[in-house]
Design a protein around this ligand. Structure first.
Ligand code: NAD
Length: 327
């Protein structure tokens, strides 16, 4: 870590874990699953991770699902010579291959095997957080409660993970699992709900806080909806939601402003969560995102932000979606 950069970064406790996470978290999904047709090179990916750590980012999020092991494998190589004490890392279980039966498998047997596979790809003996990936896709919640979480408890007892988390899109499902689980849940990861177009996570933070559970928010760009290049084909948002984001992006462009910058600023200025995970597979994204978190917006950008909120994302309109992202 660069001490000057670290001094500019904010660190917030993640629930009762004792870990303090950097406000910007490193989302490693695009290392395995790029959003754009032209995939970043391995050198670019490596430069991003190393620069992120130097800049005081201390949390990395990955999963076996991201590029079917590629994200974890790349991280394993990149982190090989980095002291283990200089970062926290979370991975996941439950979501694996594309478009096949067994894409989701929350059984105790598969989950247990998955953790060993992840540790081997990452070249680590222990991850900081092991999370159930996208709980809403289990055939029912009972399997998460009766098989997956107890299996993760054993993994924790075996010293292969320090904390247990759950991730998913519908916040109601995350809450139900938290209410009913007999296994202690340390963190929840919610995505696309602390964004310019949908900030519904704000209504649920007190619930998780009261239970001592740390909250991680992901995808401040709403999985590329809030970028000038737009979302990938598999994006599950409705045509209506996609259209309002596209129109907002065009409005920004017409005013010489980058919508991604406004979206990053919006998510980060909501605070309240331990970390916001941004996918950063290019050094230029990392630089731009750190710049806006540290230096905020110009007057013109503030003005355009207010205009697009009023025009394209008025309050009281639900912009959540149903469906599964498949990339
Ligand atoms: P995102 O909204 O953070 O970003 C989308 C993509 O936009 C990025 O991957 C990157 O390619 C690009 N980008 C980043 N900064 C940019 C900038 N300044 N300008 C233009 N483009 C920029 O979405 P994401 O990457 O899907 O989410 C962040 C991370 O959160 C993921 O990498 C993953 O680690 C995690 N995540 C987890 C879950 C889950 O567990 N269920 C779900 C979603 C995301």
């Amino acid at each position: 870590h660069d001490p000057e950069e670290v001094a500019r970064m904010c660190y917030t406790p993640l629930g009762n874990t004792g870990m303090e996470l950097s406000s910007v978290g490193f989302g490693a999904s695009p290392l395995g699953n790029p959003y754009t047709a032209e995939a970043p090179s391995d050198a670019e990916g490596q430069a991003c991770v190393l620069k992120a750590l130097k800049s005081g980012i201390n949390y990395i999020d990955t999963a076996p699902w991201y590029g079917q092991g590629k994200s974890e494998e790349k991280l394993g190589k990149i982190l090989e010579d980095i002291p283990r004490s200089s970062y926290y890392i979370g991975t996941k279980v439950g979501r694996y291959e594309k478009d096949v039966e067994g894409m989701f498998d929350f059984s105790a047997e598969r989950v247990t095997r998955s953790v060993d596979e992840s540790l081997s790809r990452l070249g680590l003996r222990c991850v900081d957080i092991i999370q159930v990936h996208d709980v809403e896709f289990a055939e029912n919640i009972e399997i998460i409660l009766n098989e997956t979480l107890p299996a993760l408890q054993k993994i924790k007892e075996a010293g292969k993970a320090r904390f247990i988390g759950i991730t998913g899109y519908p916040i109601g499902t995350l809450r139900e699992i938290v209410e009913r689980s007999t296994v202690k849940i340390d963190s929840v990861l919610s995505y696309c709900h602390l964004d310019l177009n949908d900030s519904s996570l704000l209504d649920h933070i007190a619930f998780f806080e009261q239970k001592g559970i740390g909250v991680i928010s992901a995808s401040p760009l709403s999985m590329a909806l809030l970028t000038s290049f737009g979302p990938p084909d598999w994006h599950p948002a409705s045509d209506e939601v996609k259209a309002s984001c596209r129109n907002a992006a065009q409005y920004c462009q017409d005013h010489g402003v980058d919508i991604a910058k406004l979206a990053i600023h919006f998510s980060f200025s909501q605070a309240k969560v331990a970390t916001v995970l941004v996918g950063m597979d290019r050094p230029s994204f990392l630089e731009r995102n750190l710049d806006v978190v540290h230096n905020k917006l110009s007057e013109t950008e503030e003005k355009v932000l207010q205009e697009i909120q009023k025009e394209f994302f008025p309050p009281g309109v639900s912009r959540t979606w149903e469906g599964v992202e498949v990339a």
